[in-house]
Design a protein around this ligand. Sequence first.
Ligand SMILES: [Zn+2]
Length: 270
Amino acid sequence: MQSVLDNRPSLKAEIDKVAEVALYLWQKGWAERNGGNITINITEFVDDGMRSMLAITEPRPIGTTLPHLKGTWFYCKGTNRRMRDLARYPMDNGSIIRILPDCAHYEIVADKPVAPTSELPSHLGVHNYLIAKGSPYKASVHTHPIELVAMTHSKHFMEKDVATNLLWSMIPETKAFCPRGLGMVPYMLPSSVELGEATIRTIDEGYDVVMWEKHGVFAVDTDVMAAFDQIDVLNKSALIYIAAKGMGFEPDGMTAAQMQEMSVAFHLPK
Ligand SMILES: [Zn+2]
């Protein structure tokens, strides 16, 4: 069967990265059933041939108007689709959509009429914000990392930057590769407008990774692999913390001076 990815190696490479990350999410136990979402802005890979393609669905409302998405294209995981299936067949479990000129509707262009995630309005809201800010970020990933979610069941860890500083102090790489830390959003109904707005506010405060209390993380970065890496290093730190606790002691953590030394040596933002 023909695919829009045929003879478009750079677009295919981006979708292949989504499939690879989807497999990691499943293997890590972070993507039970249809849990999690990935949305990537693929506008830079769209050529004239794609622009002239007819849609395979009628226009559908986004549910909100997002003025900075004029002329943009996205690959989105399908609603009710499993990450483990997407890993093998990304174009059967997700679709390529384009935003219509009114910035309030989208249509599916390829390969199959797979309806995008129910989280589409909040994911697109974040992309609308990123474009408005001139950000180079093109990918958003939502998933359920077990140990990070477990931490949010503690009021203490939900306080601003308590989890960030603990996780940074477990191993130097976490501060280097998740340099803006972990923003915390209190529990809100999944898929709600309020949760989407709180996520954007938290990204705007300077975080790339946002923790939703008792639910999961939402990460943004230049591409899907980089967004995954930020979540992965944070969860690695959580595992080190748990391992130390399991050995019966509270881990010392790197000192404030050691973490400051990292910031200077690697020109980190915080
Ligand atoms: Zn979720």
